[in-house]
Design a protein around this ligand. Sequence first.
Ligand code: SF4
Length: 296
Amino acid sequence: MDYIPAKHILVRNRSTAWFGTDHTMNLYRGCYHGCLYCDSRSDCYRIPDFDRVTAKANALPLLRDELARKVRPAFIGMGAMSDPYNPFEEALLLTRHALELIDAYGCGAAAATKSGLILRDADLYQSIQTHSPVICKITVTTADGELAAKIEPRAPSPARRLKAVEGLARAGIFCGVLLMPVLPFLEDRPEQVLEVVDRAADAGARFIYPGFGVTMRQGQREYFLRQLDLAFPDQNLSQRYLARYGSRYQCPSPRARQLWEIFARRCQDRGLLYRMPHIVSAATRGYGDRQLSFFS
Ligand code: SF4
């Protein structure tokens, strides 16, 4: 494991639209999971060699100092640019120690991951939940293990991720599934989407939040399309993507509207929250005036 120095660790979000969080934190740079579609490979982020994970050497003292200076408790999101539960975290415990600080300073935490290692920290999420909101998000883009192994080659299987949802739910932690991206031509058949909804509900998820499509931009687009053709050599996917989306950033599934309708209906039937304001409201309910401040 290599280390890099960091000047800051908490980045203030421009809005609280994404799960109500007002700060973002990345303790690692790069990611191990190798998802073909990963936006963090885009040139604008300037992370060459994205598949190599490095840790921010002074992350914990920086976090402690930045938390100590906060007037109002922060609601901190993790997992935007790298998975906080990459395999190195098991021994390194950076995420775990950061959660201990977040807990000690009375802040809230939201984490997005594809790893069951999140269950190790269930005790800390439970403790944080006694004073502040917690949102644990497990990404599942397909319930099909073989398909996931091609698209997210080094990430744990969907079955293991759903087991993590089950464990978190059983521990009483507010958790759900991120169903995004749903890759056009690969993961966007109605039955594929409904299977993820059903498996999430069976696992005890409180919510499922979808993105029926993918994003593509400079650097990441070229990598993504090249890898798609390698992983699915008979499907001519790069040409189909380019013919439909060209150089666009937002690339919605051709079935996005239909998917949204059947998805929403199934979520209602299964008692899952699926609209952002409802998810945030449920996660922050009971934490006094903080609930409103997240939307300000
Ligand atoms: S887990 Fe997230 S950060 Fe890591 S490669 Fe996949 S999409 Fe990128």
